[in-house]
Design a protein around this ligand. Structure first.
Ligand SMILES: C[S@@+](CC[C@H](N)C(=O)[O-])C[C@H]1O[C@@H](n2cnc3c(N)ncnc32)[C@H](O)[C@@H]1O
Length: 272
């Protein structure tokens, strides 16, 4: 079995098939809403594991002063660079290959007002090292926006999904298509064809969530490897204890829990 899922290939086809002005707008608005900001003027934005690059582009569109995107996968890097080119190759947006587990590389990047890593750190093979490395890049008044697979909502169980993912990665192209159809039948339709209108609505709604696509996310979910789960409360406690980062916003209940952390002002106890 390959040690790593080809994330980049999935992101390249997502952009080829789905990139649009509408998704670009949705992605920007969702980013600002979760960050609870009107824009990102004067703020620097580090995108760790940029994938398609759509969320780096969202930061650019939101007016970030400086953006740096990096990803382990060369094809993700190329896809992000392609979006940067579509944005007019701005000089305040850099894209390169990098590994969040490479602490030397991370330190050289300096500190950032917003460190963003959505659905990445649990796919590195060393989730907690990746979380600590990423958190270490948050500037004194900065924000840390991460999304991690939650062990609290994994259904039927974490073991079930780890086994499915291993099987998906071992399968050939037609085996993978069959598993995608099986996923749609069992989890999309809940084995009930009458739920088709609901599934169609879910597919449509997926676009409204960060501008993503349902089938790209199904492939990413079935294939994403290596992969670990995180316990929501453990993440919250660890960020506070080890990095002085307090929870500012959270969205849970989906496969990935989204967390927004900020530094706490010792006097007021408020996240700044
Ligand atoms: C599920 S995708 C998420 C992409 C993007 N952040 C998003 O929200 O759409 C995970 C991405 O993390 C990247 N990745 C995995 N391990 C990495 C590492 N050690 N350092 C940097 N990026 C990594 C993968 O190549 C992939 O592009």
């Amino acid at each position: 079995m390959s040690e790593r899922y080809d994330f980049g290939k999935n992101w390249a086809s997502f952009i080829d098939a789905n990139f649009s002005a509408e998704r670009r707008k949705i992605s920007k608005q969702r980013l600002l809403d979760f960050l609870r900001k009107r824009d990102l003027q004067d703020l620097s934005f580090l995108d760790i594991g940029s994938g398609s690059g759509l969320h780096s582009m969202a930061a650019y569109d939101a007016g970030a002063a400086r953006i740096h995107s990096f990803d382990y996968d060369e094809v993700s890097v190329r896809t992000t660079a392609h979006l940067r080119a579509l944005a007019g190759s701005p000089s305040n947006w850099t894209v390169e290959r990098g590994d969040v587990l490479d602490i030397g590389y991370l330190r050289n990047l300096g500190m950032w007002d917003i460190v963003y890593s959505w659905g990445v750190l649990h796919h590195t093979g060393a989730m907690w090292s990746a979380i600590h490395n990423a958190a270490g890049r948050v500037a004194p008044n900065g924000l840390f926006f991460i999304a991690l697979y939650s062990s609290n909502v994994a259904s039927p169980s974490t073991e079930f999904w780890l086994d499915i993912k291993k099987r998906y990665n071992l399968a050939d192209a037609s085996g993978r298509r069959r598993m995608e159809l099986w996923y749609l039948w069992r989890f999309g339709l809940n084995r009930n064809p009458l739920r088709l209108p609901l599934l169609i609505k879910q597919i449509y709604d997926k676009k409204k969530q960060r501008g993503m696509s349902y089938m790209t996310d199904v492939r990413d979910w079935l294939g994403g490897w290596p992969m670990e789960y995180a316990d929501d409360q453990e993440v919250i406690d660890t960020m506070k204890e080890k990095h002085g980062l307090s929870l500012v916003n959270i969205s849970t209940g989906e496969a990935c829990t989204e967390f927004l952390f900020g530094r706490t002002d010792a006097k007021s106890g408020a996240a700044v």
